[in-house]
Design a protein around this ligand. Structure first.
Ligand code: SAM
Length: 229
């Protein structure tokens, strides 16, 4: 996938200045983000901003996450290759592409069909075929495909969703997710070893809400994800 393109220099600069110099150490994460053309995951009008240090709109009131956030969450999963990973919140598909480069098989769930379709198309165009995109409520996980060695949630949950907890692999499963409401959220790293659970708050973050049975409830009928309780 590491083809040269007009954004090569901007991408390298992103990796050095926004990721490596801010403490991302996992060489595989840095290489994946050096390789994956982030500009392909945003609309043509926003491509010139694709390597900036910020999230960008992708439609349906959603955003592609800031590059640093993608790198940090990926690094926390400590993937070594070969793992089965569940992602909740496909969004643009960019984080999904990074996971495809780091793990064995990726299952990604998105509640907006339009975003899921677009992400699936781009991932296929990039030749990434170790991924399945599903449309549905990711707060319920994907029981048929469990257990997962790693789970990543890219929208903020009010609390750790029970189904995701039970779908995490009992031997060293790792999950990273933002927990909190629209005033305060923390990124949590959950590790499981049999009946022993460790939950560590690793930093303050800001994400769109996880809308679903084990997430927040959408207030309005028009699916405006910003209107939640
Ligand atoms: N990491 C993604 C990227 O880089 O493009 C960004 C994800 S965006 C911050 C969060 C995504 O979670 C949105 O696309 C939103 O529609 C999705 N989402 C929210 N609640 C969901 C749910 N219950 N199930 C699946 N997806 C959900």
């Amino acid at each position: 996938m590491a083809k040269r393109d007009v954004f090569q220099t901007a991408r390298e600069e992103m990796v050095v200045r926004q990721l490596a110099e801010r403490g991302i150490r996992d060489a595989r994460v840095l290489q994946a983000m050096r390789d994956i053309p982030r500009h392909r995951f945003v609309s043509a009008e926003l491509q010139h901003l694709a390597y900036r240090d910020c999230p960008l709109p992708i439609g349906d009131n959603q955003t592609i996450s800031q590059p640093y956030m993608v790198a940090w969450m990926s690094e926390l999963l400590a993937l070594r290759g070969g793992e089965r990973v569940l992602e909740v919140g496909t969004g643009s598909g960019y984080q999904t592409a990074v996971l495809c480069a780091l793990a064995g098989q990726v299952y990604s769930l998105e509640r907006h069909a339009r975003l899921a379709d677009r992400a699936a198309t781009i991932l296929a165009e990039l030749g990434l075929n170790n991924v399945e995109i599903h449309v549905g409520d990711g707060s319920q996980g994907l029981a048929d495909m469990a257990p997962f060695d790693a789970i990543i949630v890219t929208a903020a949950a009010p609390a750790l969703p029970g189904p995701l907890r039970s779908q995490l692999h009992p031997q060293g499963g790792r999950m990273v997710l933002p927990v909190g409401d629209d005033r305060q959220q923390y990124l949590e790293l959950v590790t499981r070893n049999g009946d022993r659970w460790q939950i560590e708050r690793v930093g303050a973050v800001r994400f769109v809400p996880l809308i679903g049975r084990y997430g927040f409830r959408a207030v309005r009928r028009d699916d405006d994800d910003s209107a939640v309780v």
